[in-house]
Ligand binder design. Structure first.
Ligand SMILES: [Zn+2]
Length: 220
């Protein structure tokens, strides 16, 4: 059964909003994330429920069914594999690939995605550090910390970003903060929680709380 571009995007958004615990997602939250009127959201939800992809009752939240979850994970898998391809094979920057992958993720061919996966050597993470679900649909979210949880004097490895906006990624590029680099918190400003951070035992720079809140790291 083929699902439309929009249907797949809804499933992906419901998956993201319901989080690890598979919580119910409200129609309002969906309307907000899709920038759509609540009435159109309701229409789409009815359609997805008819296809057996979500559990939906009027005035209540929605949840993905097992098959809805499968579709969502598969779209995420394709998205992240295409991002790896674009960065590693076509030389795009990590700030340039998200929107292109938003289109490529809807190419239905399973054969294509399996070929792509083996061509890339079965990568486990995308260029933003997000885990890539395997062909069976297993998605393991690593337990990363957010940089704001790290104390002064601790050295951590940068593992991912919570914000995928090109402007944020370009900001990190300019600061020399890339996936895998080692960060050490030297000082935290009590007033605004900006931090002085040393990168790779070399330059030290100030990063704002907004930046810290969006960096995923791992203790070494
Ligand atoms: Zn992306």
């Amino acid at each position: 059964m083929q699902n439309s571009f929009t249907e797949e995007n809804y499933l992906k958004i419901i998956h993201a909003l319901s989080g690890r615990d598979g919580l119910e997602v409200s129609t309002n939250a969906l309307a907000e994330s899709t920038s759509t009127r609540a009435a159109s959201v309701t229409d789409m939800l009815r359609k997805l429920a008819e296809k057996g992809l979500i559990h939906y009752k009027k005035y209540q939240g929605v949840r993905l069914t097992e098959s809805g979850e499968k579709v969502a994970i598969n779209v995420i898998r394709k998205h992240r594999l295409w991002e790896v391809f674009l960065v590693e094979k076509l030389g795009f920057g990590w700030d340039e690939v998200h929107d292109i992958a938003e289109e490529l993720e809807h190419i239905p061919s399973d054969h294509l995605v399996e070929r792509l996966d083996s061509f890339l050597g079965h990568p486990r993470f995308d260029p933003h550090g997000d885990p890539i679900p395997d062909a069976k649909g297993n998605l393991t979210e690593p337990d990363y910390l957010i940089l704001t949880d790290v104390e002064i004097g601790e050295k951590v490895r940068m593992m991912g970003v919570l914000d995928h906006a090109p402007s944020f990624l370009q900001h990190l590029d300019r600061a020399g903060i890339t996936l895998g680099c080692i960060l050490e918190i030297k000082e935290i400003n009590e007033y605004d929680k900006s931090a002085s951070v040393q990168i790779e035992d070399k330059q030290t720079l100030f990063i704002s709380l907004e930046v810290s809140k969006n960096l995923l790291v791992q203790r070494r």
